[in-house]
Design a protein around this ligand. Structure first.
Ligand code: PEP
Ligand code: MN
Length: 263
């Protein structure tokens, strides 16, 4: 079902408020790694909206490498994210870690499946049985075929609203957190009709690399970007190193829109 051969035209995922993703509709998703407080998420939401973001991200349940790291604020965070949605009108995306959490995500517009859950097949099947769009992140060491088969797990249950996300993969290079696989963008576009977006924040792990990687991804025709933005990166509870300040995000967004116009 994800194969371009049997479905030549691009899939366009349409959110509840009419926002379109894919088939020439570019999405700019921005927000903090984790929702930390009302003040933080509302401030970031307003700022990224002003800069042209059309979807707000915010983690509630965090799949951290260490069990001793901050695990996210859970249900409280989702409530704050919903408040930011009400105030700004931006659709929201947040990561779901297990299917029992689904009722909590009722007003969340896009369900994110993190890299570490890309092959959690029971979760994928359950998300296929409901109709909300799913953002499926590429696993840390997953091949294109494995990513597409994971998408197939969702689609084979009846949900075709899947967005793929390249978020950097594990290579021999240790100088950055992950290696952004730019090649994934054109190759996935050949193989599948699903929208392909890029996460340059987790790809690099370093905020100053987010802009060049974003521009490169847009140059390679990605359908959107998901960027971590924090109002106080130095004190962020999670992923501060790779988070842009709102003014840095604004600068980056301007360059992105200029590049898109020129393409
Ligand atoms: C995230 O988006 O905050 C995240 C944890 O990403 P990934 O699953 O790609 O590591
Ligand atoms: Mn993060």
């Amino acid at each position: 079902r994800a194969n371009r051969k049997f479905h030549p035209e691009d899939t366009v995922v349409i959110l509840e408020n009419g926002t379109k993703i894919g088939g020439g509709n570019f999405c700019l998703i921005a927000g903090p790694c984790s929702v930390e407080s009302e003040e933080q998420i509302i401030e970031v939401a307003k700022r990224v909206k002003d800069s042209g973001a059309n979807i707000l991200r915010g983690g509630a349940f965090k799949p951290r490498t260490s069990p001793y790291s901050f695990q996210g604020k859970g249900e409280v965070a989702l409530k704050l994210l919903l408040k930011a949605k009400e105030i700004t009108g931006l659709p929201i995306i947040s990561e779901i870690m297990e299917i029992g959490q689904l009722p909590l995500f009722e007003d969340v517009d896009i369900l994110q499946v993190g890299a570490r859950n890309m092959q959690n097949f029971d979760l994928l099947k359950a998300l296929g049985k409901q109709s909300k769009p799913v953002l499926l992140k590429r696993g840390l060491s997953a091949t294109y075929e494995e990513l597409l088969m994971a998408a197939e797990y969702i689609m084979s249950e009846g949900n075709d609203n899947v967005i793929l996300c390249e978020r950097g993969i594990r290579t021999f290079e240790t100088g950055v957190r992950n290696t952004l696989d730019i090649t994934a963008i054109p190759v996935l576009h050949e193989k599948t009709h699903l929208p392909v977006i890029v996460d340059p924040s987790h790809s690099s792990g370093v905020s100053r690399l987010v802009k060049p990687l974003s521009l490169a991804s847009v140059g390679a025709s990605c359908d959107g970007l998901i960027i971590e933005v924090h109002n106080d990166p130095e004190n962020a509870l999670c992923d501060g190193n790779q988070s842009l300040r709102p003014d840095e995000f604004d600068d980056m967004a301007r360059s992105i829109f200029r590049l898109k116009e020129a393409m």
